[in-house]
Design a binder for this molecule. Structure first.
Ligand SMILES: [Fe+2]
Ligand SMILES: [Fe+2]
Length: 285
């Protein structure tokens, strides 16, 4: 089976994850110049569980506002449309993908811990380098491996093979996929987010986060998420951090040399931030 045939198969799966309605609506509204704070707030307020989560998020140390934000219109004014959109996307995507059964041994909580780690690290890297919007980088980081969840939920047998090969042949996920599948999780994630009509830059970054392509629509974003993924995978939480960045693309090393050289100094505090973000996003209601 070639890659295209495989990806087409995704279309025919009846319960392939669809994008939560609220995300579709919010995305649509932000493309429309006439959208007012009032209109946007109304859409979000239809889903009370999202409202509660968003308000908790914006009042958490994650955004660091001193005065209390009491309602959605206030949150939109303080944070802006784009940040609110990204908060809605983050909260509802994690919710949507956490309910379903996945392949045994593949822990969805560990999956989200990794994804949140890459999201927070990407946000930090973009803040420091000013190479891209920190907020956009957070969302792309969060979604970069979403193809793995699709594989684990809908292609259980293939996923099982990959899983076995990771354990037995000591390969990383991507290498095992290259060996066994016509496509990899990055391409699946790209395909899915295209169906969901996410921005082109996000689709490109997800599709190429392992095999860098220079001609993407937002190369800086791609390099940030690619480097963040490597940093998070390298960090084992010990004080003697030995970082092996040999797999990082040379261009990413060049534009983020300052951050990569000092990673042992700043990553421990980012690791603490990841911890608290996980606590927030993964907490059961
Ligand atoms: Fe990946
Ligand atoms: Fe990853």
């Amino acid at each position: 089976m070639d890659a295209q045939t495989f990806l087409k198969k995704l279309d025919s799966i009846p319960d392939i994850p669809t994008l939560p309605n609220i995300v579709v609506k919010v995305n649509e509204m932000l493309q429309d110049d006439d959208t007012s704070i009032k209109k946007l707030s109304k859409v979000i307020e239809k889903d009370q569980s999202i409202v509660t989560k968003i308000l908790r998020l914006v009042n958490s140390t994650f955004y660091g506002f001193r005065s209390k934000i009491r309602n959605i219109p206030h949150a939109v004014i303080v944070l802006g449309f784009n940040t609110i959109r990204n908060a809605v996307v983050s909260v509802s995507i994690i919710k949507t993908f956490s309910g379903k059964e996945t392949f045994e041994g593949f822990e969805i909580t560990d999956f989200w811990k990794h994804s949140i780690g890459v999201a927070v690290t990407s946000r930090y890297l973009s803040e420091r380098t000013r190479l891209d919007s920190p907020d956009d980088c957070f969302v792309v980081g969060l979604l970069h491996d979403i193809g793995k969840v699709v594989l684990s939920q809908h292609f259980t047998e293939l996923f099982g093979g990959v899983w076995k090969s990771i354990k037995e042949d000591k390969l990383c996920f991507y290498e095992a996929e290259q060996k066994l599948l016509p496509v990899n999780h990055a391409q699946i994630g790209g395909y899915l987010t295209k169906e969901w009509q996410f921005p082109v830059s996000l689709i490109d970054t997800i599709t190429h986060h392992h095999a860098i392509r220079k001609s993407v629509s937002n190369l800086n974003q791609l390099l940030i998420v690619h480097a963040a993924n490597s940093i998070v995978n390298n960090y084992k939480g010990d004080s003697e951090i030995t970082h092996d960045f040999s797999s990082i693309d040379p261009e990413a090393k060049r534009i983020m040399s300052g951050q990569l050289e000092t990673v042992s100094d700043w990553f421990p505090s980012i690791a603490a931030e990841i911890e608290s973000a996980c606590e927030f996003f993964l907490k059961e209601e």
